[in-house]
Design a protein. Structure first.
Lengths: 128, 582
């Protein structure tokens, strides 16, 4: 299973003219845990949790970025990837009972807990 | 651009589930493909003709795919096989504009089939409503293929799509060694061409979406939906409308008139009885089909179509997941199970969306065992609703218990795995009246075309059996079971035979028995329980054989028949010993 850490370019940005910046914003492992500034407005700061936590452990309302899909079984990561749960995807946890429901990009996904355990997420909090 | 071809150009519509392929197919070809708001509506390939420019083309609607390589389900394989073959010359990828990243991951996989393609971004209106805008021209420039923005349900972007077909090209997508690399590429390209603001105009839909999936609000909503279903189908359809048609139209109009005509003009008693006798084609066959089952089926299809298009049904999967896991399935199986309430035969085909062969087999078995089809469901409501709520609850309780028990056993006995529960929930939408009416109309036509002839054939068969004296033989042969074990009147034996021809035909037979006061409350509950659990109709059996082979089909029958009879016997024994009267 490949593990890729991706650029956390904001989903609020990203018009065609910003194409060139995407490369330079790739996070190195050392960047994690620091405040990342969003270049265009420079207003939205985020703190990303370190180390990443499993999606299954997040409370409803938590937001974050997928860093890895850690599945021993290839089928699980294939299916999650196909539904857009890939490193770099932004997620919002919607509910945790009876199953885990989360928003990944614009897709609402319902999964059982064991599946949610293998999705590793860095949570973010907006700075006051 | 006119080209001389040996056969029409074949255009395959490919895309993720629930992005609107069938809507575009219908718009292009004028041929209706069932459109609903849940993934897995289309599980087979449909072809239709369309005029593009001056050329006649074959347009192919395909089952939705999340991926074309790696671990894929049976319906996804159908689409992949199509792309691999020469049955598709050109691919139109339909994408949900809200989910560009996912769509691009699929684009990269479609590109590996090396066919010219066009990308259609559908539902751009919904994307705008959620603050998402896509720079289509920039995307087209990067991929080097035409990119069309569409709102297919309103027909917007359709002529642009037709025009773009002539410019279809092989996309410029780098070859990705693995899914991870593909994800990075799709992510970066999406970031370049998409703009997302926090603005969302879809408050009401989002509130409804939230309320239907949370247990605290979702379960009361489920109860309300079931109650509404009962009121509309069980009371309005099965009682008010049936009364109107059975007593009014047929009881006072058609039947007396045809009997009068037959008495007057048909001197041969054999032919007279064939038409209007106790097993007459008109007095029984047509009456059952039109007066008893049609109103029920029509009201059910209307309500069911509404639920389908609203996007509500997949949300039930969240609540059902744990229960289904006991039966070796996962929450996703709620889709074929609920569809089975419409028609078990169709639902048997829908099991293709399930992950593993074991799950498919269990789902097919449970559909055949316990899920009553629309007509059966409503005759159940019609008969038992008139007796008492406790009677209704007993029946559903027993059937549900049997399904869980058989599912639990099957999960342990059968080899293979359960797949994990990962399900995409479609957005809640207000159903479009046009689609709802078209769908209901076509389903009613389907019922009239498929069921009514079988009702008539069944009646002819019964008439023949009656004339040969075979009915008394069957009743005598069935007596130890029917009268002895189940405590039912002997006449019920023939109803069970009718039930094999079509479940609803048998149920309608019970309906008339109950109406004429030949069944007590307990007998009605026992008979309906056996009928619900009993063998599926011929069409369902043939579909099981088509999907899973003759041996499996026969094995399923071999399991179901004793389960049905012994459950009925047990229920009869318990109810009698407890002195329950309903």
């Amino acid at each position: 299973m490949s593990s890729i850490t991706l650029a956390f370019s904001s989903d609020r940005a990203g018009s065609a003219d910003r194409a060139d910046r995407a490369g330079s914003k790739r996070t190195r492992p050392t960047d994690v845990g620091r405040v990342l500034l969003d270049p265009p407005g420079g207003v939205v700061g985020r703190v990303l949790s370190d180390p990443p936590v499993a999606l299954a452990e997040l409370p409803a309302g938590a937001r974050g970025v997928v860093v890895d899909v850690n599945a021993s079984d290839g089928g699980r990561s294939d299916r999650l990837m196909a539904l857009g749960v890939t490193p770099g995807a932004r997620i919002v946890v919607l509910q945790t009972f009876p199953g885990v429901v989360f928003l990944c990009d614009q897709t609402e996904l319902a999964v059982e807990r064991s599946v949610a355990r293998s999705v590793l997420v860095r949570t973010e909090e907006r700075q006051s | 651009m006119l080209t001389l071809r040996a056969r029409p150009l074949r255009i395959a519509l490919v895309g993720q589930p629930n992005v609107g392929k069938s809507v575009i197919f219908t718009r292009l070809t004028g041929r209706y493909a069932t459109v609903s708001n849940y993934p897995g509506t289309t599980v087979a390939v449909t072809t239709g003709r369309s005029l593009v420019g001056a050329e006649v083309c074959d347009v192919v609607d395909t089952p939705g795919v999340n991926a074309l390589e790696g671990t894929i389900s049976e319906d996804e394989r159908i689409t992949r096989d199509l792309l691999e073959s020469d049955r598709a010359d050109l691919v139109v990828q339909i994408a949900d504009a809200r989910n560009l990243r996912r769509a691009l991951m699929l684009t990269s996989q479609i590109a590996s089939f090396d066919k010219p393609m066009v990308l259609a971004l559908n539902m751009v209106d919904e994307a705008y409503g959620r603050g998402i805008s896509i720079h289509a021209a920039a995307l087209a420039a990067e991929l080097k293929i035409p990119v069309i923005e569409m709102v297919a349900v309103e027909g917007r972007g359709l002529s642009e799509l037709r025009d773009a077909l002539a410019c279809a090209a092989r996309p410029d997508v780098p070859a990705h060694p693995h899914a991870g690399a593909r994800a990075v590429w799709a992510h970066e390209l999406t970031e370049r061409v998409r703009r997302v603001s926090t603005l969302s105009l879809a408050y009401v839909q989002e509130a409804l979406a939230r309320a239907t999936r949370r247990p605290l609000t979702g379960l009361p909503i489920l109860v309300a939906v079931l109650y509404a279903l009962y009121l509309f189908v069980g009371v309005f359809g099965a009682q008010t409308l049936v009364k109107l048609l059975e007593d009014g139209l047929f009881g006072r109009g058609i039947n007396p008139a045809s009997i009068w005509l037959a008495d007057r003009f048909i001197p041969v008693p054999f032919i007279r009885d064939f038409l209007v006798g106790p097993y007459g084609v008109i007095t029984v066959g047509l009456t059952y089909a039109i007066a008893i089952v049609l109103p029920v089926v029509a009201t059910f299809f209307l309500m069911f179509g509404f639920l389908e298009d609203s996007g509500y049904i997949p949300r039930l999967a969240i609540f059902c997941d744990r229960l289904f896991r006991v039966m070796g399935l996962n929450g996703k199986a709620v889709l074929p199970m609920v569809l089975g309430l419409g028609c078990d035969t169709m639902a048997t085909m829908t099991t293709r969306i399930l992950g593993t062969p074991k799950e498919r087999l269990i789902a097919i078995l449970l559909l055949a065992l316990g899920i009553p089809c629309s007509a059966q469901l409503a005759t159940i409501m019609g008969i038992l609703g008139g007796i008492s709520f406790a009677a209704l609850a007993t029946l559903f309780g027993v059937v549900l218990f049997q399904m869980v028990l058989v599912g639990w056993l099957a999960a342990r006995v059968l080899k293979g795995d359960r797949s994990e529960f990962i399900l995409e929930l479609p957005p809640i939408r207000w159903p479009r009246l046009g689609n709802l009416l078209t769908k209901t109309r076509l389903r009613i036509w389907w019922y009239l075309g498929e069921a009514v002839p079988l009702f008539l054939v069944g009646t002819v068969l019964l008439f023949a059996l009656d004339r040969m004296g075979a009915l008394t033989v069957i009743a005598a042969a069935g007596r130890p079971v029917v009268t002895g074990l189940l405590g039912l009147p002997p006449a019920t034996a023939q109803v069970l035979v009718m039930g094999f021809l079509r479940r609803d035909y048998g149920a309608a037979g019970l309906f008339t028995l109950a109406h004429s006061g030949q069944l007590t409350g307990v007998q009605a509950v026992v008979a309906l329980t056996v009928m619900t659990l009993f063998v599926p109709c011929v069409a369902n059996f043939l579909m099981m054989v088509r999907e899973r082979g003759l041996r499996t089909g026969l094995a399923i029958l071999g399991v179901i028949t004793p389960v049905a009879i012994f459950t009925g016997a047990g229920l009869n024994y318990v109810l009698h010993h407890l002195g329950v009267q309903f």
